[in-house]
Design a protein around this ligand. Sequence first.
Ligand code: FAD
Length: 152
Amino acid sequence: MFAGLALPKSRGRVRLRNAEPLAVPRIEAHMLSHPDDVKTAIACVDLCRALGNTRAFAPLVTCESMPGDLDATGMERFVRDSAVTYWHQTCSAKMGRDTMSVVDSKLKVYGVDGLRIADGSVMPRITTGNTMAPCVIIGEKAARAMRDQHGI
Ligand SMILES: Cc1cc2nc3c(=O)[nH]c(=O)nc-3n(C[C@H](O)[C@H](O)[C@H](O)COP(=O)(O)OP(=O)(O)OC[C@H]3O[C@@H](n4cnc5c(N)ncnc54)[C@H](O)[C@@H]3O)c2cc1C
């Protein structure tokens, strides 16, 4: 069983490393930095354990290999040590109108002429499910916006 947080509250950030335009950016994922995410992750594991240990699952399960019956500290340590990414990194150049927004509703970058962004970075909030299909739609919307602007 693979417990996962679809809507984490923790926020990472992407920062410039220096003034070199080709320098790789500094990426700070900050996974499980919001206390609610730790609580939710533990609740997910508890749910998986409860389900996995039911009689209904018995024909499919030999034994629970981990995490087992841990105390609160042990369970938090297990969650932190075993957490991996879903590879759904998004929202680093969000669409919106506040000071942290990077693109407008036509995907145009504020303050830069002739530049649009069309990828998962423009999502203001991550989607509740997988991210590939929403990225395809963002691309379709970008194509439509450019066709409309240039009358193509
Ligand atoms: C291992 C893995 C498994 C995943 N599994 C799933 C899944 O099962 N279902 C799902 O829905 N989502 C899945 N995802 C997430 C999904 O693939 C991504 O959210 C989605 O592809 C992001 O789309 P994007 O357009 O934002 O970025 P990308 O798909 O990363 O596209 C960016 C593109 O820009 C190109 N590029 C980068 N730099 C330059 C440059 N300087 N010049 C020109 N081109 C450049 C790259 O080559 C790449 O083609 C998975 C991701 C990973 C990594």
